[in-house]
Design a binder for this molecule. Structure first.
Ligand code: AP5
Ligand code: MG
Length: 215
């Protein structure tokens, strides 16, 4: 059973590596960023409230995130293992997760992997990122371009640039990461399940290092 928490700055490759882990280990990916973007697209109350924070590169308030995750965890597909991509991001979220694991999910986290990537690499990766609005596949204009210019390999949809992937917003997201989310490395550091990995390598090499931890 794999119940993995992915830590790491914006653009570390959490989404990219999650896609590979899903294929290999048949677990589900739960990305709070993806759930929030879906809520924004659907125009729900949550989406309307979250959008202001997301566009500003700030964290969405804990109460909204924790309620959203409580609901997500009710789904049966979580029972065979999951990857938490982008959650928890604050100590309050980590404590709420601990309580959900004990009281609701009756399971525990098996691995915590922190992908380490320097700030300037993050900026290059995120400014060049393009995503498919239909299937969510992620590309990079230079490091992982689609086969045909500007359209998704899977479904031919025109790729889009995320609203928060402008350089100014990326730098704000990085500052928030260093001030708040990076502290979770201490929260989990002594759990005996924590691994720090160099994320600044090819996608395949990073995945090989992850497999060594998960196998
Ligand atoms: P979220 O969607 O989680 O964004 P993030 O954490 O900033 O992470 P990213 O999705 O930007 O990066 P990634 O690590 O997935 O990298 P990727 O694989 O795409 O959150 C967005 C916002 O939602 C937050 O700012 C916040 O407002 C809100 N939010 C979400 N969760 C929250 C929470 N728990 N609490 C409060 N607020 C929350 O890769 C990036 C690029 O690099 C791609 O182009 C990819 O092709 C390329 N790439 C990947 N790996 C490599 C490689 N090895 N070599 C070269 N290029 C690579
Ligand atoms: Mg992501």
């Amino acid at each position: 059973m794999i119940n993995l928490i992915f830590l790491g700055p914006p653009g570390a490759g959490k989404g990219t590596q999650s896609a590979k882990i899903i294929d290999e280990y048949k677990v589900v990916q739960i990305s709070t960023g993806d759930l929030l973007r879906a809520a924004v697209k659907a125009g729900s109350e949550l989406g309307k409230e979250a959008k202001v924070y997301m566009d500003g590169g700030q964290l969405v308030p804990d109460r909204l995130i924790i309620d959203m995750m409580k609901e997500r965890f009710q789904s049966d597909d979580c029972k065979n293992g999951f990857i938490l991509d982008g959650f928890p991001r604050t100590t309050a979220q980590a404590e709420a997760l601990d309580s959900m694991l004990v009281n609701d999910l009756k399971t525990s986290i098996t691995h915590i992997i922190s992908l380490e990537v320097d700030d300037e690499v993050v900026v290059t990766r995120n400014t060049g990122r393009r995503v498919c609005p239909k299937c969510g596949a992620t590309y990079h204009i230079k490091f992982n371009p689609p086969k045909t210019g500007g359209v998704c390999n899977n479904d031919g949809e025109t790729l889009v640039h995320r609203d928060d992937d402008r350089e100014e917003t990326i730098r704000k997201r990085l500052a928030v990461y260093h001030q708040t989310t990076a502290l979770l490395k201490d929260y989990y550091g002594k759990s005996g399940k924590f691994h720090e990995l160099n994320g600044d390598d090819t996608t395949d090499n990073v995945f090989a290092a992850i497999k060594k931890i998960l196998d």
